[in-house]
Design a binder for this molecule. Sequence first.
Ligand SMILES: Cc1cc2nc3c(=O)[nH]c(=O)nc-3n(C[C@H](O)[C@H](O)[C@H](O)COP(=O)(O)OP(=O)(O)OC[C@H]3O[C@@H](n4cnc5c(N)ncnc54)[C@H](O)[C@@H]3O)c2cc1C
Length: 538
Amino acid sequence: MAVQVDVLIVGAGFGGLRSLHTFRSMGLSVVALEASEAIGGVWNFNRYPGARCDVESYDYSYRFSEELEQDWRWSERYATQPEILSYINHVADRFDLRKHVELNTCVSRAAFDEASGRWIVESDDGRSWNAGKLILAVGQLSTPKATKYPGQDSFNGRIIYSAQWPKDAPDFAGKRVAIIGTGSSGVQMTPVIARVAAHLSVFQRTANYSIPAANAPVSEEEDLEVKANYRARREAARNSPSGLGFVPNGKSALEVSDEEREAAFETAWNRLGFGFALTYKDILLDQTSNDTASEFICRKIAEQVDDPDVREKLTPKGFPFGTRRPSVDSGYFQTFNRSNVTLIDISESPITCFTQSGIRTSTSDHDFDIIIYATGFDAFTGSLLKPDIVGRNGVTLREKWSAGPTSFLGLGVNGFPNMFIIVGPGSPSLLSNVLLSSEEQIDWLANLFEYCRAREINEIEVTAEAEREWVAHVNERAQETLYLKTPSYYLGAEMPGKPRVFMPYSGGVRGYRRFLEKEAETGYEGMTLSRSDRQAVA
Ligand SMILES: Cc1cc2nc3c(=O)[nH]c(=O)nc-3n(C[C@H](O)[C@H](O)[C@H](O)COP(=O)(O)OP(=O)(O)OC[C@H]3O[C@@H](n4cnc5c(N)ncnc54)[C@H](O)[C@@H]3O)c2cc1C
């Protein structure tokens, strides 16, 4: 017998839990189904040494409760994974969310039932739910790439995936360790593991730009200062391009003198981390402007690395700064000056296979006790396309998105009534402070649901026209940027066979919010809102 609910949420990470709290507060019956054994999403999975956020903790936290904001004390500017996970657990307890979460419940199928106008949702253990609204809060980076080299099963040591970090992870002390991949996870764990391992080898395919985190403990004064001005800080973040807690420079990098630019980059380098890209308004828009930033960062990398050959290999080449997700690091480049650390360039000498004792590249063999894959994710669509999601006329989301994801505002898909996606493709998503973007969407959805309740509307579907126009707008905004110059996960280039479509909305969180506001002001003209007698109005 299917369990009846007003709102069924898939996922219990930051987005799913906030959805649960908000929709329950409206008096709706709510359940969140979570595939894993615990809440927390990526912060439950990515327990690797050195894992931390790269948006400042005070901004990478919920805004919906001023009491929560005032009570919670972040210990560092960029909180570690354990601290973020304990924050999520605190929120779940404080707002009594756990009783609505079904753990170990992987949604395998969700089908829109035309007869009742409701969603029939099934888990892989045979249970089912019948829901008026379906919220997909399945995450943007919750499906790791399943990288596997030939011969892997013959390796005698331990293999670990950074995004499925085991709770019984081995002690690295005295061990020969390999990290494959130098994206954000590889960059974060390299300095930490290097400090204890007998030897660390880092296998790099693409050198990326990385900015120092300038992480530091949060002093009592800083904490009081943020908390006294939290509303203003949140507003500044909402009105910024990417949802970070500071206001970007409104000038072009090319309209200032070399001295002024150098000084601005120096200040940003020493303090802004991820926000370095906002030192000038056109760094991600104009190649010449970007060149000034890229050249500055390459100089900084060179200053940190002693060996000329290693320095050369660690220097990013051939793509503009920021068009692959830059990393924010704590001593990454200096780690390669250690005598127990080796950089192996697999763009020159690719990995051919694993052996019993380690890794073979096209030129040499390397022995290890532990090999860590930090090879990234099937980003944006990986978790959305895993279950069978079946809309009107039996069309699946996989079929609908076979040439790349389409949506209106990143939130709704034509042909999939009463289904909503949290920080999915077509929204600012991974180009922004994701937590801010998800709260923005969930608050907007709450208003939409209230609007519909007041008018006894129970079917909400984005129109084909609104979807077409939004997809065109997302593409137009992307064309204005430098992102399209680089094969990256923004474009689906991380996965063989994935359609090459620019997925996030690059118009910024403020620009995006204006579209949300306009849609509400016009009485939701991009959506068909109808009253069907087939289901009760929730
Ligand atoms: C290491 C790391 C660091 C990051 N740092 C930052 C940062 O500093 N700033 C930032 O803005 N973003 C960051 N991100 C991006 C991050 O994805 C978001 O910030 C945010 O945590 C996403 O929350 P979410 O709830 O949307 O998704 P997730 O946290 O991914 O949670 C989704 C949940 O859905 C569940 N799920 C998926 N499919 C199913 C299914 N079929 N059935 C049931 N359950 C399912 C998953 O198990 C998961 O628990 C980081 C990501 C990673 C991996």
